[in-house]
Structure formats: C-alpha cells, structure tokens
Design a protein around this ligand. Structure first.
Ligand code: ASP
Length: 431
C-alpha cells in the first residue's frame, strides 16, 4: 500500500502541538527545565540559523534574476510605487484598528493599582533595557533608514542579516545594470545567478525537512522559559494582562478576517481561502520563530510555488515587506501605547492619538523582522506622546506570546500585498 506523506503544514502543526504538550509536561513534572534548555532548544536554534543562513543568498540570487528578467525598468518602478503605497496604507489601517479597539475596550482601566505596582517592580529592568536600545536608534536622525539602505561595502552588507534592505538595494542595482549590458556578457551572469537560485531553493527544501522538529524544540523551550521557576505566578501575571492581550489578538484577527479579504476582493480575483491555505507553512513558522526575516525563505517558496506568483514580483515585494511592512506590529504598538497610558491614569487627546497613528506606522517600518523588535520601537511611540517609557514594564510579560501572533499578521500582510501587486500586474494566480 502506498503511504501518503502528510503535507508540510500538518507536519509543522504536529511539531508545534507536540512542543506545547512537552513544554507543559516539563514544567509541571519533576523533570528539570534545564534539560529542555540544554538539549532541545539547540535544535530550534539550529533550524532558525539555517533559515537565516539562506536568506541573503536567496534574496541576492532571486532578485537579480527577477529584475534582469523584467526587460526594462518601467515595470520595476511601477511595482515599487504600488508596493510601498499599499504597504504604508495597510500599516496605517492596522494602527487605526488597534487604536479603535483599545479605546473601546479600555483594558488599561481594569488593572488594579496593586498589579500595576507589582509589574513595574518585576519588569523595570527589562523596560530600561528596551529604552536604552531604542535611544541608540533615535540618536541617528530621521533620515537614517534611507542612509542605511546604501551600504558602504557590498560584502559587508551581505555579511549581516540585519542589513536586508542593503542587500535588496544591491541586488536591484545589479539587476538594473544587467539590463543595460546587452548580449552574451550579461546572459552568462544571468545563467550563473539562475543556477545559484535553483540551488538555494533546493537547500531550503532540505532545511524544511527539519521544520517539524525545529518548531517542536522552539515551542517546548518557549513554554519552559515563559514559566520560569514559578509557573503559577507566571500564569497569574499573564491572567492580569488578559484583557490587554485579548485586545491585541482581536485587532490581529480583524486584520486577517476583514482587512486582507477586503483588499483581495477589491484588487484581485484570488480566493482568500485558497490564499490562506497556500501560505500556512509560512504562518506557522512565523508563529514559532517570531521572526518575519527568518521565515522569509519559506514565505517566498509558498508564494511562488503554491500561489504561483512570479519570481520577479515575489523576490522584490517580499524581502521589502519582511523589513518594512509590519501590520501586526503597528497594531500592537497602537494598543500597547494607549493601554500603558490608561493604566498609568493618563488621558490622551485626539492629537496624541493621531500622533500614535503616525509614529506607530513609522516605528513599525523601522522595526526589524526579529523577535521583540516591536517592543523596542514602542519606546519611540511612547516618547512622542509623552508617556513615560518605564510604563513598558506593564506589557513585558505577555510580549513573547503576542510577538508570535503579530508576526503571523506581519507575514500574512506581506503575502497579501505580494499577491495583490502580482494580480494587478496581470499575473494569473491561484484561485
Ligand atoms: N517579531 C516581529 C517580526 O519579526 C517584529 C515585532 O513586532 O517584534 O515580524
């Protein structure tokens, strides 16, 4: 009898659930937590490292090939304009949804003074660390992101994953230049990068074989680390912040169930269910790794292989999205900023709320696609509206879990825009 292999997303889901169960068993059993940290977590780290390892070669090869295949640069500039406009619009919509919900539900008002003082005491050091990190970003001036886009050394740019936009920049320039070098010379280079691209995609297939185990390890380690030495106390603190966490999650669900399907309805003929199924492996990985950058190789594969988006579009729109388009993060920043103000008893004027829409949109663009980046950039939003950044201590506890959820939305948003751009460029994609 022929044995049917489970689809990848089912395998990852099983890994995720098994990790959850294993983590819970560990914290409530006499098994020492250190076993998970020392012997299981490294499997997760290896998996994430392998994904990160392949991100730069993937962007370089696929974007160079993508741009060079465009034929001329009119399409590129049209696509660039569309992509950036939709990215900024969706992010602003996300922040506004977050603000609407937090003003409606008012989760900050249900926090007792006792809980507030306790949280401030327990998490003050974490809050301070984030503030210091944010101040480094702020020192650099408003045009810094633009300056950072152009690397002073091509090889330097490709040697660090945090420089994803620099890699995008180099690849686009390289691809454009190839369009201007006609004949055999550029054909040869194109063939070379095309070959590299295929090899990189094969490596991603290899890495994905490890995905269910990697996800299992990441989730088991996360549960053990979240619970710390006193699981009951950790549950209590999380419970106290339940209303706040639910507000963020409700906003994220609105993005996934209303905002994105509406975009699909208006601009494309794509069936949203089909789309959602196609990107499921990327969503599950985003949830497990809390990093849109680490998930990027898989996101690209889902969008190209399952949805049928062309390489030209996906290799341009997705890396850009993984760095600058963070709908989930901006929504969370809007909710968190107002929640902190409410909990500290500060009233925010309409002007302050509008400042949040603007700063959270910009801060999310500036957040890297790595775990916890959104919380660091939240400091900038808080300072813009005059709320003390020490208030960050109030939201540290559930942040890791919310990070997982907002990363799923960040990735779904990137894929939505990619499919929309491809569709408006006349591509026939999944239905
Ligand atoms: N972890 C998020 C991402 O990678 C960023 C954040 O909100 O912290 O997309």
């Amino acid at each position: 009898m022929l044995k049917k292999k489970l689809p990848l997303h089912t395998q990852i889901l099983i890994g995720l659930l098994a990790g959850l169960v294993f983590g819970l068993i560990t914290i409530f059993s006499p098994l020492p937590n250190v076993i998970v940290v020392d012997y299981i977590k490294p499997i997760g780290t290896i998996f994430v490292n392998a994904l990160k390892m392949i991100a730069v070669p993937l962007i370089l090869a696929s974007l160079i090939v993508g741009v060079a295949n465009l034929g001329d640069i009119t399409k590129l500039s049209r696509m660039g304009g569309k992509t950036i406009t939709i990215y900024i619009l969706t992010t602003a919509i996300a922040t506004t949804i977050g603000l609407g919900l937090v003003n409606l539900i008012k989760p900050g008002k249900v926090i007792t003074e006792e809980t507030r003082n306790e949280l401030m005491e327990v998490y003050s050091t974490d809050a301070l660390e984030k503030t210091v990190e944010a101040s480094k970003v702020k020192e650099k001036g408003p045009l810094e992101p633009l300056v950072r886009m152009v690397p002073e050394n091509i090889f330097g740019a490709s040697s660090e994953n945090g420089n994803m936009l620099q890699v995008v920049f180099v690849a686009v320039i390289f691809g454009i230049a190839m369009l201007y070098v006609p004949g055999k010379k550029s054909e040869l280079v194109l063939k070379f990068f095309d070959g590299i691209n295929d090899i990189v995609l094969k490596i991603i297939d290899f890495i994905m074989k490890l995905a269910p185990y990697g996800v299992f390890a990441l989730i088991a380690a996360l549960i053990v680390e979240l619970a710390g030495d006193d699981p009951n106390k950790a549950m209590e603190i999380l419970g106290a912040l339940g209303m706040y966490a639910l507000t963020v999650v409700a906003g994220l669900l609105i993005m996934i169930t209303i905002t994105y399907p509406t975009i699909f309805k208006i601009f494309t003929k794509i069936n949203y269910r089909y789309f959602f199924k196609a990107i499921r492996p990327a969503q599950l990985l985003g949830f497990s790794t809390s990093s849109s950058s680490a998930t990027l190789p898989v996101t690209m594969e889902c969008v190209e292989k399952q949805l049928g988006v062309s390489e030209e579009v996906s290799s341009f729109v997705l890396p850009l999205g993984a760095t600058i388009n963070m709908d989930g993060t901006s929504l969370y920043q809007g909710v968190a900023a107002v929640f902190i103000a409410q909990a500290l008893g500060l009233d925010l004027s309409l002007g302050a709320q509008l400042t949040i829409v603007l700063t959270a949109t910009l801060a999310s663009i500036g957040s890297a696609g790595v775990p916890g980046a959104g919380m660091v950039m939240l400091v900038i939003v808080l300072e813009a509206i005059g709320v003390p950044s020490a208030g960050l201590a109030l939201i540290v506890a559930p942040d890791r879990i919310l990070d997982m959820c907002r990363t799923v939305v960040n990735i779904t948003g990137d894929c939505t825009v990619t499919a929309t751009v491809a569709s408006t460029e006349g591509e026939q994609i999944g239905s």
